[in-house]
Design a protein around this ligand. Structure first.
Ligand SMILES: Cc1ncc(COP(=O)(O)O)c(C=O)c1O
Length: 399
């Protein structure tokens, strides 16, 4: 009844947890939500003010399909300031979130018979988009013992004669891990030698906690510019998830192809959003730093609280705003068997929402988002600790 491609993909599992939590909240149930993949901060006031001004000025019509020149210039200027890379507006397209930037690129670049390498545990959309493009995902696994770092040698080993693209997310969701500059350079050199496309998902690029050098765009622009795509987003950096604004920087031919696809699907990003994004990118960046400082504080506190229970294994993430916690010691054949079941029980019985590792192809883990207040985190972590500790007696009772 439905087209074949729908049988190859599943609805985003991260969105399912959010929907379950919302359903309970709508029934008036108090849920401690540690599932959210979005900032709890309001959009900075100067950004919202730009949107109000856009409405008042009746800037409410179609814009150029690929985005306004003003916003494209703002994106290029941001990347020049942040990474020292020079891109023109002809090499820039404005999209409905980073997700559409990645989707457009996958549609333009990948097809039947192509292998596309990406990494897991990771954001499921990257794999599903490869499948939607009728290509074959090749998954490189990263490991908790290694801080989930993506290593060049693992990627290089996965390359075959059919590899058409490599999609890298750094900082990564759900692990917060970064690929090092040296590893990125090694991947870029081999990709350049073989003519393989490199797509960077930079959604969390502004959320790196320690002064780690992480100029991935600079490395790719210098070594492999002809086949590199940078997909960025206003969502997480500027607390603008609902506004739906992202972008891609890529060779002009690819940008033109993305523009054609977008012109027959969604057209331009909301005109008002584009004005807000200009204010975000060109205005003071102190709001980004202030949010980053607060996330760092929450990360450190939450790691400390969780570390009180040594059977929950975790590392301090380098970026993004998630903790990826190994809960396998609390799973058992005669109790709660999987992390998915644990997440479900936590929501149903203890009213705490977390995302199970299964959503990121990593059973045995749960993802805890610290994009929420310290009070909520304190309550949530306390409840999680009580819940998992009580599991042992419960396992014995069931057994
Ligand atoms: C790794 C990663 N990339 C990209 C996105 C896309 O976000 P948006 O479309 O809001 O820019 C997300 C959203 O959660 C994400 O986690």
């Amino acid at each position: 009844m439905l087209a074949n491609r729908t049988t190859r993909i599943a609805v985003s599992p991260t969105m399912k947890v959010a929907a379950d939590a919302l359903r309970l909240k709508a029934q008036g149930i108090d849920v401690v939500d540690l599932g959210a993949g979005e900032p709890d901060f309001p959009t900075p006031p100067h950004v919202s003010a730009a949107a109000h001004a856009a409405i008042d000025a009746n800037f409410t019509k179609y814009t150029s399909n690929s985005g306004t020149e003003e916003l494209k210039r703002a994106v290029c200027a941001r990347y020049k300031a942040d990474y020292g890379v020079e891109y023109s507006t002809a090499e820039t397209i404005i999209t409905a979130g980073g997700k559409q930037a990645l989707f457009n690129a996958a549609m333009c670049l990948f097809g039947p018979g192509d292998e596309v390498i990406t990494h897991m545990p990771g954001w499921p959309t990257l794999v599903e988009q490869i499948k939607l493009a009728d290509a074959t995902p090749v998954v490189v696994r990263t490991h908790a013992e290694d801080g989930f770092e993506l290593r060049a040698d693992a990627i290089l080993r996965a390359i075959t004669g059919r590899t058409r693209g490599i999609v890298i997310n750094s900082p990564g969701n759900p692990t917060g891990a970064l690929i090092s500059e040296a590893d990125m350079a090694a991947v870029a050199d081999e990709a350049a030698r073989r003519g393989i496309w490199l797509l960077l998902d930079l959604c969390y690029e502004k959320l790196i906690y320690d002064p780690t050098p992480h100029n991935l765009p600079g490395i790719l622009a210098a070594r492999h510019r002809d086949r590199s795509v940078f997909c960025g987003s206003a969502s997480k950096a500027y607390a603008m998830t609902g506004w739906r604004c992202g972008w891609a920087l890529a060779p002009a031919d690819l940008v033109n192809a993305c523009n054609a696809i977008q012109s027959h699907s969604t057209s331009n990003v909301c005109s008002i959003t584009q004005k807000a994004a200009v204010a975000a990118l060109t205005g003071p960046q102190s709001c980004v730093t202030a949010m980053l400082d607060e996330y760092r504080h929450r990360r450190d506190q939450t790691v400390k609280w969780l570390s009180a229970e040594p059977r929950l294994r975790l590392r301090k993430p380098a970026g993004a705003f998630y903790l990826f916690v190994d809960v396998s010691e609390f799973l058992s054949p005669d109790g709660i068997r999987t992390s998915a079941a644990l997440a479900e029980a936590l929501l149903d019985e203890a009213r705490v929402a977390v995302t199970p590792g299964e959503a990121f192809d990593a059973p045995g883990f749960i993802r805890i988002s610290y994009a929420t207040s310290l009070d909520v985190l304190r309550r949530g972590i306390r409840t999680i600790l009580e819940f998992v500790r009580a599991l042992e007696t419960r396992g014995r009772a069931v057994g």
